[in-house]
Write a protein of this length. Structure first.
Length: 316
């Protein structure tokens, strides 16, 4: 049986431009033509999960604008259940402005739009027992208000669903609520987010794998049963009750890292939800992220299950 996955999160229209290098503060850099496409961490992870074989329901909010119509159509085209995606009148849909360097590094500026209005009351009105009745796994991010994420995590935990939090983007200075970290089964962060949650001033430069496994274990002490720290092209490290593990990255020609993290999160949530061991799940997630990094865009770059299987088979 396919994994039943509910994604609670953001839906944005992405406007992307590729540049020779990321501009410094106050600098103007000329780039290629603007590319428009559906995105948002919630939408991206929902689409990734659908392509990877899960049965997906999306919970979120759109504005009543042309972007909202296009974003909803992108979900339904992937076979995603959009019955819990609301539309707010007189409101703009979320918008992300993305600048991508030729090697795949990027910066993102986000205008939340309708996503900012996904409060706890709206969540309850959209879901009405959705998590309890139709989810094996619930996947969350932080592009909607924190109280809403916490409410969704509580509902998922009460329903016995596996609760996965991609703590991105961090909502500013200060730690995440302790109750939220205790309410999730799996926490996924990158190096910058791991450092921020641990109160470190900067990401350590040249850190060895064991530095990050130690930090993953430190994050476990904040509440999650399993912590995974993504390391970009270097792969990922993880820690659970059985100890730490390191998974190297896959050698691919990366051109755009925008969708790689979302592909990683979706694949990890699916594999763990199906009961796969942590090491195998992280390896599949690294493969999914690697495939996504070989193509430009967010949802356009997200891989299928067959593509992930092919990369795994080709890489000893």
């Amino acid at each position: 049986m396919d994994e039943r996955l509910v994604v609670v999160g953001s839906l944005n229209m992405d406007l992307s431009v590729t540049v020779p290098r990321l501009p410094r503060p106050g600098e103007t850099v000329s780039g290629a033509d603007v590319v428009r496409g559906p995105g948002g961490k919630g939408g991206n992870q929902a689409v990734a999960a659908a392509r990877l074989g899960a049965r997906v329901r999306m919970v979120g909010l759109l504005g009543d604008d042309a972007h909202g119509v296009e974003l909803r159509a992108a979900l339904t085209a992937e076979g995603i259940d959009d019955s819990a995606v609301g539309t707010l009148p007189d409101t703009a849909s979320g918008l992300a402005l993305i600048v991508v360097q030729h090697d795949g590094e990027n910066t993102i500026t986000l205008s939340p739009g309708a996503n900012h209005h996904l409060d706890e009351a709206t969540l309850r009105s959209l879901t009405e027992g959705l998590v309890a009745n139709s989810a094996d796994t619930v996947l969350l991010q932080l592009e909607v208000p924190l109280p809403t994420v916490l409410a969704a995590a509580r509902e998922a935990r009460a329903a016995g669903a596996l609760t996965v939090l991609n703590a991105a983007p961090l909502p500013g200075p200060g730690p995440l609520p302790a109750e939220l970290l205790r309410a999730v089964d799996v926490l996924i962060v990158n190096e910058t987010e791991a450092a921020g949650l641990l109160g470190l001033p900067d990401v350590p430069s040249g850190g060895r794998d064991e530095d990050w496994t130690a930090r993953a274990d430190q994050l476990r002490r904040l509440g999650p049963g399993t912590v995974v720290v993504t390391l970009g092209a270097a792969g990922a490290v993880a820690a659970d009750a059985r100890g730490p593990l390191t998974e190297p990255g896959f050698p691919v020609d990366a051109v755009d890292a925008v969708g790689a993290g979302d592909a990683f999160c979706a694949q990890l949530a699916i594999a763990l939800g199906l009961g796969s061991p942590l090491a195998e799940s992280v390896r599949r997630a690294c493969a999914a992220g690697a495939v996504a990094a070989t193509r430009r865009g967010a949802q356009n770059a997200l891989p299928t299950r067959a593509e992930v299987d092919s990369l795994l088979a080709a890489t000893p």
